[in-house]
Design a protein around this ligand. Structure first.
Ligand SMILES: [Zn+2]
Length: 165
């Protein structure tokens, strides 16, 4: 009887220990990140395409032109001047890349619909970059739409979940 209880105790202890160990190891070495399944130019163009209905709602007839630089910008992940510019190496993962594209598309939309946009730099001088109302709006809109854009890319199998064990 005692041997049986001891055996049961050892079994429960071992099972619990293995369970804890599995979770510890699993938690530390498992990544569950999105990986591109197509070239980055395609990911950027598809993310721009995702904004189509938003642009149409604003009566904007054309997608913004875009280009990709493969080097890292010291300050920005992307910019909008007359086109959307993405600094690929300044975006460490797919969610940041998608967020950057959406952010810059919002600046494009602002430039097409808001007469104040020509004063963008004056707003930055007055409020600073982070509190520039055009920046606040672009950040908020990108944050709101990032997950939906990622789902859109995933449904088209342009990005896939990559699991390392
Ligand atoms: Zn911005």
């Amino acid at each position: 009887m005692n041997a049986l209880l001891l055996g049961l105790g050892v079994f429960i202890f071992t099972t619990t220990a293995l369970f804890v160990l599995k979770n510890l190891i699993g938690g530390s070495i498992t990544t569950n990140a999105w990986k591109p399944n197509v070239p980055y130019t395609r990911l950027v163009s598809e993310s721009v395409k995702f904004t189509g209905s938003f642009l149409a709602d604003k009566n904007i007839k054309k997608y913004p032109p875009f280009k990709i630089y493969y080097y890292k910008h010291r300050k920005f992940a992307g910019v909008f001047n007359t086109e959307v510019v993405i600094y690929l190496k300044s975006n460490p993962d797919i969610p940041s890349l998608v967020n950057t594209v959406l952010h810059e598309v919002m600046h494009y939309a602002q430039s097409q619909t808001d007469k104040q946009y020509k004063h963008y730099h004056e707003f930055t001088d007055k409020y600073g970059y982070w509190k520039n109302p055009f920046e606040i709006q672009a950040r908020a809109w990108a944050a709101q739409n990032c997950d939906a854009c990622i789902r859109y890319l995933a449904e088209k199998q342009l990005i896939i979940k990559h699991v390392n064990l």
